[in-house]
Design a protein around this ligand. Structure first.
Ligand SMILES: Nc1nc2c(ncn2[C@@H]2O[C@H](COP(=O)(O)OP(=O)(O)OP(=O)(O)O)[C@@H](O)[C@H]2O)c(=O)[nH]1
Ligand SMILES: [Mg+2]
Length: 447
């Protein structure tokens, strides 16, 4: 699809597009008409195309637009683009169509941002969240918060107008409860960002453990391809190997690491240092042990990892690998002797024979806590929104403590206005050219 937008679209298109029905002229057609015809460069026919005609304001951008549906060869597309440019059009910048849609009031800023997320969505969950945001789910949540605050701000300001007279239009108890409610909502939206971020960018899962326990074999098994080198020589993996897969609509980014052991090998040690770094970056840690390891040693290793990730909210899944080498009773023995805490899980697998992987996938989904995302759940996926919500919450916190400390009303009103301002930043009521430039620069061309 080659897309054109702007008040001169029809005039430019008519110079290169010739309807099959010679009686028809493109600029005279109604909106939502499709014309069949040829794109020509002088006498040369470039392609047989369909031209979709949109009239302002009923188009994506809100302007007159034409879209050519052509035969999708790169050559044809570039010839059509070249023809359009030589006949008066200019090439679109990244995100320029969506930017126009925003500026023409077709959508607010958070919806515009969702367009980019939708295009980039790589899993069912990412798609659902982006779709909800694009259709205005998030915007309407923000609108509710904003109108609650606006009502409140105007009452306080009215009181200020009466100056010395010491009147109170706004019932303080009611005001306090409104502010509390808005702050709660803001906080819960902001706290959804942790989940939103992993939905959008994939959940980082570090596969760690001692050397030779089968980490790379597990990565290959999960990916269903020979991604990492596997060998019975300890210290095989030295560099970090990463790849993503979608399991039950969520994207996971698996990170295979160098096995942890004391070694004098310089390169292996560099790998081990990276392993520690990856543990810090991951949300879920898969720790791989072997069935024939002694429970005391496994417990010691678990304690080590636990110490590294404590209070971080990271989830630990302990895997005992190579159960195909099992003597009877060994699994039960380890179940009794390996100590797990809180929400850690202990699973027995054979990476080589693909045993226990379904249980592992279930444990991963539980660790990602993603059971409840549907198209109506509002989840913040955008760091810009997250920051704005944090700022709203801080301003409202100041309002609340201002009440307690009997701070002058005009200061309270200022903090409320601040909060309203930050909410407006999310939807784009308040924005600058520079900020818009930053947002749309990350779009692809043509969107
Ligand atoms: N019997 C059995 N052997 C396995 C299993 N998983 C891995 N192995 C073997 O264990 C050896 C080490 O496997 P890797 O996947 O390279 O182990 P690793 O943890 O990545 O090792 P390093 O990268 O050196 O730390 C190989 O010989 C694998 O074939 C399993 O489930 N059962
Ligand atoms: Mg390895």
């Amino acid at each position: 699809m080659v897309r054109m937008s702007g008040p001169e679209s029809f005039i430019v298109c008519e110079r290169i597009f010739f309807p099959a029905d010679r009686n028809l002229r493109l600029p005279e057609q109604k909106g939502f008409t499709i014309l069949y015809g040829e794109i020509r460069d002088g006498k040369e026919i470039i392609d047989d195309v369909l031209a979709y005609i949109y009239r302002a304001p009923h188009s994506y951008t809100g302007e007159d637009s034409v879209e050519f549906s052509c035969h999708g060869s790169q050559y044809i597309v570039s010839r059509i683009l070249e023809l359009l440019v030589t006949n008066g059009a200019s090439a679109a910048l990244p995100g320029e169509f969506t930017r126009k849609a925003f500026l023409n009031g077709k959508m607010d800023l958070s919806q515009a941002e969702a367009v980019a997320d939708l295009v980039a969505s790589g899993s069912g969950a990412a798609h659902r969240v982006a779709m909800n945001q694009m259709r205005g789910g998030f915007s309407s949540e923000i609108a509710v918060l904003r109108s609650g605050l606006l009502r409140f701000a105007s009452l306080i300001e009215l009181e200020l107008d009466f100056g010395e007279e010491d009147v109170e239009f706004a019932d303080r108890k009611e005001l306090r409860s409104i502010i509390l409610k808005v702050k709660d909502l803001t906080d819960s939206l902001a706290s959804s960002f942790r989940l939103g971020n992993v939905i959008k960018n994939g959940i980082p899962v570090a596969i760690v453990g001692k050397t030779n326990s089968g980490k790379s074999t597990l990565l290959n098994a999960l990916l269903n391809e020979e991604r990492a080198i596997v060998s019975d020589i300890p210290g095989t993996t030295r560099d970090i190997i990463e790849d993503t897969i979608v399991i039950n609509e969520l994207e996971y980014r698996f990170i295979d690491t160098a096995g942890l052991r004391d070694t004098l090998d310089v390169i292996e040690n560099l790998g081990i240092r990276k392993t520690h770094e990856k543990i810090r970056q991951a949300s879920i840690i898969l720790m791989v042990d072997e069935l024939n390891d002694q429970p005391e040693i496994i417990n010691k290793r678990i304690a080590g990892i636990r110490e590294m990730i404590k209070d971080s909210g990271k989830k630990l899944i302990i895997l005992v690998n190579k159960i195909d080498e099992s003597e009877t009773g060994r699994i039960d023995f380890l179940k009794d002797t390996v100590r797990t805490e809180n929400d850690e899980s202990l699973l027995f697998i054979s990476a080589k024979n693909l045993e226990g992987l379904d249980e592992l996938r279930i444990a991963l989904a539980a660790a990602a806590r993603a059971g409840t995302i549907d198209q109506n759940t509002v989840i913040v996926t955008n760091i810009r929104h997250f920051e704005a919500l944090k700022n709203v919450s801080e301003s409202l916190g100041r309002v609340l403590s201002g009440f307690d400390d009997h701070i002058p009303q005009d200061l309270i009103a200022t903090d409320i206005r601040q909060a309203i301002h930050y909410l407006g930043e999310i939807t784009g009521e308040i924005t600058t050219d520079e900020r818009l430039g930053n947002i749309f620069r990350n779009f692809c061309i043509g969107k």
